[in-house]
Design a protein around this ligand. Structure first.
Ligand code: SAJ
Length: 419
């Protein structure tokens, strides 16, 4: 019987996982190296924005089943949910995974289960994590179990998807996969598919790569349509009426800690083969520059133009700015020596100053919608237009009702629609 679980890392994946396990009868020790995170969670508070998470963490914490700590404690299972950042050389930085595995070593006991959930290059579970855990003197297979069980949850809908989604459980041995099943079965309503660890690692990367490559295709189509003077959004809407076609949406670029990072882990292990994957990454990374080209055209002739950036989160209705295309976009605008006003109702900490809505629009020559937060649909073009020097707006997500903005005297542009 598994009762006690140590969740290593209390971020976007670890905290929801710890809270869900705790509200499904497990005794959970949430481990994080950041003392502020530990304090916040022990007060029943949360340090990240995710619908329903605060309530769940409060319930878990009140029940006594979730306790946060700076280091691990002996447990039946250890679940590693730490980040794997991308190095400047576009390779996986495994330092957090290695540190978490090393932290488990002194606590590993015969019969324990260790699960890696962090996204990693294929081979990491067997070649990196397993040898570290064996430093405990225990042997994998005979004395402890190790599995790779990738998360699949969509930020913004994590608590729903963590329960409902199917999962792939990749055991270093078939017994390890079976043991992993015993941990996930109590709370996962989706199907649980057993595989080997390396297969599960590739499955995770393949999923996010699929999405990234398809977004790159939409972005490339947007550039083609702009050159042709047609509207990519209309093209996609009509093409998607075909029973076997399903385009994703173009936009200002692909951000977040998953799609913009994970495909590189496949490039890392197979640089010769992963050609389409690399070009797709480069296409999506090139989108902020495309957006800036449109802005340049719009503000041509205006001296020291000011641009208002609406939204810096990597996607709508989240507070996460990791790898957000807004960062590259703002950098490019600053390089051009433009003044930049930034507004995002969801984001607190950011590398550039975020102001109030009115301040961001004051004397502006062009507003550019980067993130499709719901709030932006309800902005008043009349009110904001009266603050601006030049009434212009560029929508990179087809989020705004541009008819309304046009009626308020704006010159409007939609990314992917030829002028
Ligand atoms: N985006 C577009 N066009 C689209 C869809 C998305 O430009 O049509 C952009 C978004 O604006 C954002 C980026 O792509 O900048 C990524 O957003 P997303 O909503 O596609 O995905 P993430 O990064 O929030 O979550 C993904 C999900 N993966 C897949 O759908 C295959 C999620 O299920 C994974 O668990 C998550 O990565 C992860 O943690 O790996």
């Amino acid at each position: 019987m598994m009762r006690k679980v140590c969740v290593m890392g209390l971020g976007y994946i670890g905290l929801p996982t710890a809270a869900v396990l705790a509200t499904h009868g497990f005794q959970v020790i949430g481990v994080d190296t950041n003392p502020n995170t530990v304090d916040t969670i022990n007060k029943g508070e949360v340090h990240i924005e995710e619908p329903g998470l605060r309530t769940l963490v409060q319930a878990a914490s009140k029940s006594g089943n979730l306790v946060a700590c700076g280091e691990p404690k002996p447990a039946d299972a250890f679940v590693i949910c730490v980040p794997t950042p991308l190095s400047p050389q576009k390779r996986a930085d495994l330092s957090y995974v290695i540190a978490a595995a090393e932290a488990i070593v002194p606590y590993l006991r015969p019969g324990n289960l260790v699960i890696l959930e962090s996204t990693v290059p294929p081979g990491t579970t067997v070649k990196v994590v397993l040898p570290i855990l064996e430093r405990s003197g225990l042997k994998a297979e005979a004395e402890f179990h190790l599995a790779y069980c990738p998360e699949r949850v969509l930020p913004g809908n994590i608590l729903n998807e963590i329960i409902k989604n199917d999962r792939v459980l990749g055991g270093v041995t078939p017994q390890a996969a079976e043991r992993a099943k015993a941990l996930y079965e109590p709370f996962v309503e989706g199907n649980l598919y057993l595989a080997d660890a390396t297969t599960a690692e590739v499955v995770k990367l393949a999923e996010n790569t699929f999405r990234d490559v398809n977004i790159a295709l939409a972005n490339e189509l947007a550039s083609i349509c702009t050159a042709l003077g047609v509207d990519v959004w209309e093209v996609i809407e009509l093409a998607n009426r075909h029973p076997r076609v399903n385009f994703l949406n173009p936009g200002p670029g692909v951000g977040g800690h998953c799609l913009s990072v994970d495909p590189w882990f496949l490039v890392e292990v197979a640089p010769q083969e992963a050609r389409l994957i690399r070009v797709s990454r480069e296409t999506n990374d090139g989108q902020p520059k495309k957006v800036v080209e449109v802005i340049r055209e719009m503000v041509k002739g205006i001296e020291r133009p000011k641009v208002t950036v609406l939204g810096v989160a990597y996607k709508g209705n989240v507070d996460d700015t990791r790898e957000s295309p807004a960062i590259a976009l703002i950098e490019l605008l600053k390089e051009l020596n433009y003044a930049v006003g930034i507004y995002d109702p969801h984001v607190r900490g950011f590398c550039y100053e975020i102001s109030g809505l009115e301040e961001a629009f004051k004397n502006s020559d062009c507003a550019v919608l980067v993130t499709d937060h719901d709030e932006f649909k309800y902005l008043s073009p009349e009110q904001l237009g009266s603050l601006m020097r030049t009434r212009q707006v560029l929508d990179t997500r087809r989020c705004l009702s541009l008819d309304r903005w046009e009626a308020a005297g704006f010159r409007v542009r939609l990314l992917g629609k030829g002028a």
